[in-house]
Structures are given as structure tokens and as C-alpha cells.
Design a protein around this ligand. Structure first.
Ligand SMILES: Nc1nc2c(c(=O)[nH]1)N[C@H]1C(S)=C(S)[C@@H](COP(=O)(O)O)O[C@H]1N2
Ligand SMILES: [Mo]
Length: 496
């Protein structure tokens, strides 16, 4: 049989502690952007089963509100980095998760390769009554006996088994079930968890379960005696030098705390640099997903949501409102840049290029979802018209809303978004002119908005006025690939 506390358990245990704390804090940041949990994917305002916000917004509210108003600013003490930095919180979450899964994979491989699994995996049902008896023993302020020849008592073995082989895989599975690219390509996968909101709610509950485990685990370390437990998990030897073990253990915990303070401070102080640095690890992974997976959504009409949240207020200019009043008769969509034949299209010209309908689920980066039927022109048809040059690698969508006039958080500039050209020819990438069988409502992007069904909502530019094919996004706006990427530090790849 393997040793009770081999060095690889010591190392992976420490890494796991470090990564879990990062995941927990960055996850809280993600939650703060939409501090409501639902079981249904249409997310009706007011029908959340859990809410961490005092603000309420009603579907029939007279004053227009947007989903960004629902965002909360949480303290950097709990959230990483805190203060409404969803983009950076996601960056931390998706960077850490890669290392956490890697650590877990190494650990589980060694668990099975070395025979350590005998100490963790129940092989007989008697472990359940034995565990209940062990809990009873603790409640009598006594310490239950270890299983003969094994490092743990029964309740310990059972709880470690549940955490490692049930909670951790469930957390990975529900995490993947929140990716718009995964959901768009494999709609059946989301259904396993009752949809994206089911997955999101479960992901939250499993996080709570991890939290409860950590509290009980730490309490029992104290009950069993810190010096001997630290000797086991720090030195790998319960009989080892206890003062040394406690010294190293406490130093390790302090190092983690200091690191958290430093990265939180750095992330808040140097947001652009954090966005770029973490992007080096996160973006390739997101890009891979976004470019490999093509949407195959074909939802039923009965799934269309009664209420569809709005994000971004309509353009405030006289010009836009007059044009809207006249049914957008004078509307022109300019398509140019690195193309052979630039064009300027009226709504009729656009309609003449072809029609497509799709019933799909919208995933806002903040966390809400809603289903609608969209109809419009495949972007591929527009590309046939203009013939992009070989050097064109990205498509820029310029919008009519000047955020200085329509936004509230002191940010300025016209909204724009970009997608890699590969996504532009996906079958469900369309310039939508209709929503649920009606011309696009003003708040949802009239007269023309983009739908790219594997991506997060912020990529789907509303109120499009021009489309430009470019080699590089560096010279557009602040060069991060979109208005929200520039201003809110979101990642430009938006498949998760
Ligand atoms: N022009 C423009 N397009 C935009 C936005 C915006 O603020 N301005 N917000 C984006 C975001 S974050 C989302 S989630 C979707 C929301 O679409 P909806 O308002 O139709 O629900 O639009 C996207 N397109
Ligand atoms: Mo969004």
C-alpha cells in the first residue's frame, strides 16, 4: 500500500488550496455582474430563486432599464478583483481553471497509478453507516478511529470521495454548460442541467458545498490538532517535526494571502495590463472554442421568452429618432474596408440578398439568457456581394449609439464590435432585421443588428450603421476588439 501522505499529495493539496481560493473570489466577481439565480432560461425579472441585490427591476417598468443596471459593485475583499470588473474576474476564473484542472488531472492520475484510491474510494456500503457513526463520535467530542491500515476515519474518507469524485467533476461539467459556444453546438448538453440557468444555479450550489467542506475540514484539522495534521500535510509525515511543519504551513498560508492582496491590487490598478497578461493564457483557449464550434440551435417557438432583457440604450440622436419614425426609409448600411466591391445597402437591398430565420438562445456575458426568433440576411451573402480581400481577418460593426449620450457610467464613444472573419460565414451569423416576426424593436437594435449564435451578447452589435473588413483590430477604437473590450476590459474572444 502507498504511503499515507506522499509528496505529490502535499504539493497538489497546496496548489488546490491556492487555485480554489482564486476560483472562489473570481466566481463571486462573475456573480456580482448578475447577482440573481434562476432555474429557467428565460430569466423573468422578479422570478429569480435567489438574489444578492436590493435593486429591483420589473418587466413592465416605465423607466427603461438595462441589464447593466442590475450589476452590483462588490468589495475586493471577497471578489477578485471587485468593483464591477466582470471582464477581469472572468479572466482570472478562466486562467485559474486551466491550472486547477491540470492539477486535478495529475492528482487523479497518481491516485490511481499508486493505489492511493484505496484510501479514497468506498468499496463497501458499510462506509455510509460507519461515517454516520463517526459523525456521532465527533458530536460527543471524541475523535473517531481511523479505518485500520488507512490514513482517514470513515466520514473523512467519504467526504473526500464526494469532493474529489462528485463535486469537482460536477463543477467542471456545469462550468462547461455555461459556454455559449458549447451550448450552441451541443444544445442537448445544456439540457442535462436544465439549461444554462440550471447549470449556473448548480455551479453556485456546488461552490457553496465546497465552502461548507472547507469550513468543516479546517475545523476538524483544529479538532484533530494542528501540529500533527500540519506535519502530515506539510511534511508528509505525521511524526515529523511539528514546529517546522506549523512554521512552513503558516508561511504557506500567509504567502497565499499576500499573493491575493497583490494580484487584487494589481488588477484594479492596472486593468489594461491585467486584461492583456491574462489574455495570453485565456484567449487562445477561448478562440479555439469559438472557431471550432458552429451553432446548431433550432429551438421551438414555444421556447421563445416572454421577456427579453435589453443591454445598451438606443441611440439618442435626433437623426436616429427621425429615421425610425420614417420607417428607416433613408437607412444605408455601408460595407467597405478591405473588400473588392464596397456597397451601400438600403433595407430593401438587404432583404433582397436572402432571408433566414433562427430561434436561438442569447447569452449575455453578465449571465442572463433569453430566447427569440431572429430573421434576416446571412452575413455570408453580404460577403459574397463585397468580396473581402485575402488580407481581411476581422469584421468590424460600427453602431449608432454614442455611449457618452446613452450610457451612464461616464464612458464615451460610439459602440462597435468585431468578430474574426471565420465567424462571419457561420450558418447562423446573420444581420437580423426582425425579432419574433416583427421588425426589430428600437431597443433591440432597429433597423439592423448582428446575431452570431456561438458568442456572448456583447458581440452582437445593435443599430449597425457600417461594416468594415480589416486586417487587424489594433487601429479600431482602443484596439482591444470592441467597445466593451476597450472600456470594460472584456475578453475579445467570447465563446465562454
Ligand atoms: N450598439 C450596441 N450594441 C450592443 C450593445 C450596446 O450597448 N450597443 N450591448 C450588447 C450587449 S452587452 C448585449 S447582451 C446585447 C443585448 O441585446 P438586447 O438588448 O437585444 O437584449 O446587445 C449587444 N449589442
Ligand atoms: Mo451583455
Amino acid at each position: 500500500m502507498p504511503e499515507f501522505f506522499p509528496y505529490w499529495v502535499v504539493v497538489t493539496h497546496f496548489l488546490n488550496l491556492f487555485f480554489l481560493l482564486l476560483l472562489f473570489r473570481s466566481g463571486i466577481e462573475v456573480l456580482s455582474a448578475f447577482p440573481k439565480l434562476y432555474w429557467r432560461d428565460d430569466c423573468p425579472p422578479g422570478r429569480e430563486w435567489l438574489r444578492f441585490s436590493k435593486k429591483t427591476f420589473a418587466a413592465d417598468s416605465r423607466t427603461p432599464w438595462t441589464s447593466l443596471d442590475e450589476e452590483e459593485s462588490w468589495s475586493p475583499v471577497v471578489a477578485l478583483p471587485g468593483r464591477k470588473n466582470l471582464g477581469l474576474g472572468r479572466h482570472w476564473h478562466f486562467m485559474t481553471v486551466q491550472f486547477w484542472i491540470l492539477t486535478g488531472a495529475v492528482y487523479v492520475t497518481l491516485v490511481f497509478a499508486t493505489g492511493y484510491w484505496h484510501y479514497l474510494v468506498p468499496t463497501h456500503w458499510s462506509l455510509v453507516p460507519d461515517s454516520i457513526r463517526a459523525v456521532g463520535t465527533y458530536l460527543h467530542f471524541e475523535i473517531p478511529a481511523k479505518i485500520p491500515g488507512e490514513p482517514f476515519e470513515p466520514a473523512q474518507k467519504l467526504s473526500y470521495f464526494v469532493v474529489i469524485f462528485v463535486l469537482a467533476p460536477l463543477q467542471i461539467a456545469t462550468g462547461a454548460a455555461m459556454s455559449p459556444a458549447v451550448l450552441a453546438r451541443f444544445p442537448w448538453y445544456g439540457k442535462i442541467f436544465g439549461g444554462k440557468q440550471g447549470a449556473r444555479s448548480l455551479h453556485f450550489l456546488v461552490m457553496c458545498a465546497f465552502g461548507v467542506f472547507v469550513v468543516v475540514h479546517v475545523s476538524l484539522v483544529v479538532v484533530h490538532g494542528v501540529p500533527s495534521e500540519f506535519a502530515a500535510i506539510v511534511l508528509g509525515d505525521p511524526e515529523g517535526d511539528r514546529r517546522l511543519a506549523v512554521g512552513i504551513g503558516v508561511a504557506g498560508l500567509l504567502a497565499i494571502a499576500v499573493l491575493h492582496v497583490v494580484i487584487t491590487w494589481f488588477s484594479l490598478r492596472y486593468r489594461r495590463r491585467t486584461q492583456r497578461l491574462l489574455g495570453v493564457v485565456v484567449n487562445p483557449f477561448e478562440r479555439l472554442l469559438s472557431r471550432r464550434l458552429v451553432s446548431r440551435q433550432d429551438l421551438r417557438r414555444s421556447e421563445v421568452s416572454a421577456y427579453f432583457r435589453v443591454n445598451g440604450h438606443p441611440p439618442a440622436s435626433e437623426e436616429y429618432l427621425e429615421s425610425a419614425a420614417a420607417g428607416f426609409e433613408d437607412y444605408r448600411l455601408d460595407v467597405g474596408g478591405l473588400v473588392e466591391r464596397p456597397v451601400s445597402l438600403s433595407l430593401d437591398d438587404l432583404r433582397a440578398l436572402g432571408a433566414q430565420r433562427q430561434i436561438t438562445k442569447h447569452n449575455c456575458i453578465q449571465g442572463w439568457t433569453a430566447v427569440a426568433e431572429w430573421a434576416g440576411v446571412p452575413l455570408a451573402r453580404v460577403m459574397d456581394e463585397v468580396a473581402p480581400q485575402a488580407s481581411a481577418r476581422h469584421v468590424v460593426f460600427h453602431a449608432m449609439d454614442d455611449k457618452g449620450l446613452t450610457g451612464s457610467e461616464g464612458r464615451t464613444g460610439f459602440y462597435y464590435g468585431t468578430i474574426p472573419i471565420q465567424l462571419a460565414s457561420d450558418p447562423q451569423t446573420i444581420l437580423a432585421l426582425e425579432m419574433n416576426g416583427e421588425p426589430l424593436p428600437l431597443r433591440h437594435g432597429a433597423p439592423v443588428r448582428l446575431r452570431v449564435e456561438t458568442q456572448l451578447g456583447f458581440k452582437m452589435v445593435k443599430w449597425i450603421t457600417a461594416i468594415e473588413f480589416v486586417a487587424d483590430v489594433d487601429d479600431i477604437g482602443m484596439g482591444m476588439g470592441g467597445w466593451r473590450e476597450d472600456q470594460q476590459f472584456y475578453a475579445s474572444a467570447a465563446g465562454i
